[in-house]
Design a protein around this ligand. Sequence first.
Ligand SMILES: C[S@@+](CC[C@H](N)C(=O)[O-])C[C@H]1O[C@@H](n2cnc3c(N)ncnc32)[C@H](O)[C@@H]1O
Length: 253
Amino acid sequence: MRNPIVLARKALQIPRQAVVYADWVIVPSVKAPFADLGILQRVRVRFNSRRDLFSRAYRNASWGSQESGSGTGSELRATEVVRANLPVLLARYNIGVLLDAPCGDWNWMQHVDLSDVKYIGADVVPEVVKLNQQKHEDSNTSFFVADLTSDPLPHADAILCRDCFIHMSYQDISAMLSNFRRSGATWLLASTYPDAKKNRNQFTGRKWRPLNMQLPPFNFPLPVEMLSDNDDINPTQLAVWRLEDLPEFKSRL
Ligand SMILES: C[S@@+](CC[C@H](N)C(=O)[O-])C[C@H]1O[C@@H](n2cnc3c(N)ncnc32)[C@H](O)[C@@H]1O
């Protein structure tokens, strides 16, 4: 008897590597029922570590920007407002140590006035971190490689998590939030799309979708404050929460 997976793949015209590269080749209507099978996520993560997935995104300039490997949302024109307002916000919350998780390629952050904070950047892509270290490290600024879902994090007053959850499965977001809590940080500054009416899950990877962190499955409370992130392509907000105020949520995928 023919293997049913092979038959289904042929019928749906899914290439052989579909299980491995699930979110890249399966159209959404087909992917949705598969997404409930936690096994697919595990298979995929085994074949593609987060490090591999995001290293490939940088190598292939997958996020479509000539200016920043981290994507159009990290270009200077997209970060005008956040660059001007972040230092004010950090001062207002007495942030002495900032963990930028993930830091990406530092295209815009290098233009932010960080003179009043100790800055630590973390990212899962070693090549990106190495370049940041070579170009930007000094007595007040350091970078390290970390998978934010699991690696130990240094203590900071605030964690900045900009444009990251949007690329991740619910399971990875849940793990990352638990890791942020374990670090003992007080504040979380994270991207959210208050206008999004519904969240949807996806496999972790270069693709992204808007997430409203106040809706299920996250159910974050009203932010203490929101800062317009003024990305002209995807208007979003950088919201401030106390990590201890955030409900825990678990997801199999
Ligand atoms: C769209 S970029 C945003 C970077 C930066 N926050 C910014 O605003 O420019 C997303 C970043 O998340 C990083 N990333 C994704 N998953 C990660 C993980 N599990 N641990 C650490 N970094 C991760 C990617 O390598 C990439 O640099």
